[in-house]
Design a protein around this ligand. Sequence first.
Ligand code: GTP
Ligand code: SPV
Ligand code: MN
Length: 590
Amino acid sequence: MTNNKYVLNWINEMTELLEPKGVMWITGEENQLESLKAEAIKTGELILLNQELLPGCTLHRSAVNDVARVEDRTFICTSEKDEAGPNNNWMAPQKMYSMLTPLFNGVMKDRTMYVIPYSMGPVGSKYSRIGFEITDSIYVVLNMAIMTRVGDVVLKALGDSKDFVKGLHSTAELDDKNRYIAHFPEDDTIWSVNSGYGGNVLLGKKCFALRIASYLGRKEGWMAEHMLILGVENPEGEVKYIAAAFPSACGKTNLAMLVPPEVYRKKGYKIWTVGDDIAWMNIGEDGRLYAINPEAGFFGVVPGTNEKSNPNALETTKKDTIFTNVALNLDDNTVWWEGLNDNPPENAEDWKGNHWNGKKSSERGAHPNSRFTAAAKNCPCISPNWEDPKGVPISAILFGGRRAKTAPLVYESRDWQHGTFLGATMASETTAARTGDVGVIRRDPMAMLPFCGYNMGDYFGHWLEMGDKLKDKAPKIFHVNWFRVDENGKYMWPGFGDNMRVLDWILNRCENKVDADEISIGYVPKVEDINTEGIEDKVSPELLRELLEVKPEEWLADVENIKEFFEPFGDRLPKEISYELEKLEENLKN
Ligand code: GTP
Ligand code: SPV
Ligand code: MN
């Protein structure tokens, strides 16, 4: 397959460790992937869905105790503990290798070892990176073939270089105490064992494109971020790009594929999707910040996706999609999930494969973190520039999360340093995308808490350095919150397509077209500058005022919580961030 001696040496070493029944290199050819799919259907690893209604689509059920990322089993293994920081679980590399080696020893005796050469980013872009994933799971192979560019083209692009990430994965099916997702940033290596689920096993995604890449980005002067990328086309046909970091299951895919409200569509506005989860950002020749989407597909949250909330995502999943952990309608062999429609199937199987009557059962049909894996090229609003090797220039960066209170609908930072502080102090209610409690407020800087491959104190420093380099060409930084609730616990803002109205204000700010009020936390919109044409019945000026309200007592409580969160970072917390925190407290008290 390749003469690259670094690749071959490593593959030989791994083959000796894993003792596979056979080895198969993934070439990227359609017929190879098709025959693997057929094999997985035969063994039950995949269920073939109705091929007339959902051509090429399959359903996969993961083990019931293996349905989300496991942050408590995820490690950054650097020589120094401080390098990993208080934001990560740490173990010395040698200790982790020694602990995991016996788990991998002979683990593929009865299985085929698949070798997947893959590229994060368009093959040939100077910003792209190459990785290999060794796995014993066809599900992983087929997902990687959608989520990344795989096969011979990648080997060709690599040539004889030793610049690649070595990923090892085995589903293993051991006791779940033996589940480990270990990263060795100093060796460009990832070892994942005993999980079959998404972010734990699709090693190009969170493991490489965020944890390893953030580490590389700091060394090399670029950024790997948990951000969607979208383009807003105005009636004049100009496209401005926005990148936005929201924590897992907090609305990136939905915002990236937004359908503007009718009043905007009529005028000729359009949204183009570049990416829905990860952005790699570099300073371009003109000194601006450019983003590429390193992925080639979407691994999106299924529940809540419907014709109204996200028609583009729904359309994207109509062909060649792998559904994971949704309900199976036995009458027509299609899939169903909570929030698709009000008509759950009666004759069905739930995500665990148990017989399920959706009209009678009080149990869920789909797991809250059920997912679709679908190709970006099948998305109706995919940007014509989504594979541009130089990326797209970013005008604005958004931070946001799920905050029932405290955070207003939108506000703007005073400058890059203050914007970095906004990111560093982000918080959100936890979701089902990770195992653990749901709905608990936690601080999640830049939505990167589970994904930053090094000490977050240094990460904030890296953000500040990027700002120093970008100077007046830096994107403006904003904070948004679609999730504020009223006293009955109901969302106050309609969200989804109507988020366009907030993007509109943001771009107007970027072009100095509207004024704003400077208050303690930054700039907030004047109520009359948020366009509510067409939703006046839902969003009155009073409601908008409430959505934008900043209550000093809530914010001062937040300040205390931020201090507690920053504490363990000690000296690694940049002084600029401490300064911004002091200034915020002072502003709130005055
Ligand atoms: P990851 O793939 O885990 O990184 O998640 P994500 O950030 O892409 O989140 P996604 O867009 O899939 O949204 C997660 C959930 O939030 C879904 O159930 C959506 O229906 C819901 N959601 C998204 N946008 C909005 C919004 O504007 N308002 C409300 N109320 N809910 C939203
Ligand atoms: C997330 O949890 O942020 C995801 C899904 O995008 S996973 O790939 O599992 O990380
Ligand atoms: Mn994500």
